[in-house]
Ligand binder design. Structure first.
Ligand code: FEO
Length: 395
């Protein structure tokens, strides 16, 4: 990716990672790749906003050099410690050793614990500013959105918000702006990003968006640290975040299950028919044949979750246990859930699923349903009715 002037004198100098398919230690699949965005502001003082993932330091440096010598950078704004944004910082600081780094107190501590360097670091807080010349940067602390060190940087003269991970998407494209890409793919990636990274932090996000809107700052461009830049309609993603953060849902149910010999799957399909015939939009996923990142994304706007597993050694199947661990971490609010499964003799899977649902704080819509060995016609009818009943609870 060559540097692109996103506003007069402000350049996107980040990189595209076309081939990354797993993120965060295989907890997030990135089927469309990703980008690590960094921005260079050329004014009387030169400021670099964030860097990129370490292996791409050379590309970042090449991009900056296409505009000016790296040695000329006066300030590096470190909005976030995580290595996909700070990994190239040591390389930048080697070339511009006199540059001053700006970030939160937690950022200072976090960067030291990553790179063990004593760079000239200025701690900033919300409302602190940094004058570059014609432009002034303002900082807004955003703790736990999504790390303790996280911060947004705003440039009032350009109505430009650079919120690092917030409003981002893992979406590698040669196009750089929201109006240049497929809208469905864009919002799909934005929702997936929110669901898998930010969902558990929804109450903090609601509050932070409220606080920023109350500041009545003008925003006509949002330039996040992943994916495309929002220039045509930046409020589109802000409004989507408001909806997601409020845990607003639709009449939709996600069924996630694993089956040993097909009995639990027969139950899942009968439940799905009952839901669907009752006007509920249904998504049915067999775990682990499904991409968990996509399943979690599909849960973001679903009112109901129905989880099933066959019993093996008195337990739910391992794959469902792993999936539920991810599910529990999302801390979903305002949802209804139910459990189902087949067993041979003692059972156990359904009870274990119930325990995880309880631990996640999700309320039960109705008692669970279990079937011994293979469901017969009447038991499949009972599963269908289970779906019909569940539909009534999620209107
Ligand atoms: Fe994209 Fe929290 O790093």
């Amino acid at each position: 990716m060559k540097p692109l002037e996103i506003k007069k004198g402000i350049y996107s100098v980040g990189v595209i990672d076309w081939n990354v398919r797993n993120f965060h230690g295989h907890t997030y699949t990135t089927k469309r790749g990703s980008t690590y965005n960094a921005y260079l502001i050329v004014d009387e003082k030169i400021a670099l906003i964030d860097t990129v993932y370490g292996p791409f330091a050379g590309e970042l440096i090449e991009n900056i050099r296409a505009i000016l010598p790296v040695e000329k950078i006066d300030y590096v704004i470190a909005n976030h410690v995580e290595t996909d944004h700070s990994g190239a910082l040591p390389s930048i600081m080697k070339l511009a050793p006199k540059a001053k780094v700006f970030g939160t107190q937690k950022c200072k501590e976090g960067l030291y614990k990553h790179y063990f360097e004593n760079w000239d670091f200025q701690v900033v807080k919300t409302c602190d500013t940094l004058k570059l010349g014609k432009r002034t940067l303002s900082f807004v602390e955003a703790p736990m959105i999504h790390w303790p060190d996280s911060m947004f940087t705003y440039c009032a003269e350009e109505s430009l918000l650079m919120p690092n991970d917030a409003f981002g998407q893992h979406y590698a494209t040669s196009e750089r702006f929201d109006d240049e890409v497929d809208q469905c793919a864009l919002m799909d990636e934005a929702a997936k990003y929110y669901a898998n990274i930010l969902w558990p932090l929804s109450s903090l996000i609601s509050k932070k968006i409220e606080d920023v809107l109350k500041m009545k700052i003008k925003i006509d461009m949002i330039a996040p640290s992943h994916g495309i830049v929002w220039r045509k309609d930046p409020m589109k993603i802000v409004n989507a975040y408001v909806t997601w953060a409020k845990n607003q849902t639709t009449k939709k149910a996600v069924i996630a299950y694993e089956t040993m010999w097909g009995s639990t799957e027969k139950m899942a399909k009968a439940i799905a028919r009952g839901l669907s015939d009752s006007g509920v939009s249904v998504k049915l996923y067999r775990i682990p044949d499904s991409d968990t990142t996509e399943v979690i994304k599909d849960m973001l706007d679903a009112k109901g979750f129905i989880i099933g597993s066959s019993t093996h050694d008195n337990d739910m199947l391992n794959n469902i246990a792993g999936f539920l661990e991810a599910f529990k971490g999302m801390k979903p609010k305002n949802r209804s859930a139910a459990a189902f499964g087949s067993y041979g003799w003692s059972g156990g899977a359904v009870k274990e699923i119930e325990e995880v649902i309880k631990a996640a704080g999700v309320e039960f819509a109705q008692p669970s349903i279990s079937v011994k060995y293979v469901p017969d016609e009447s038991e499949l009818k009972a599963c269908y009715e289970f779906g019909v009943e569940f539909a009534k609870k999620i209107v």
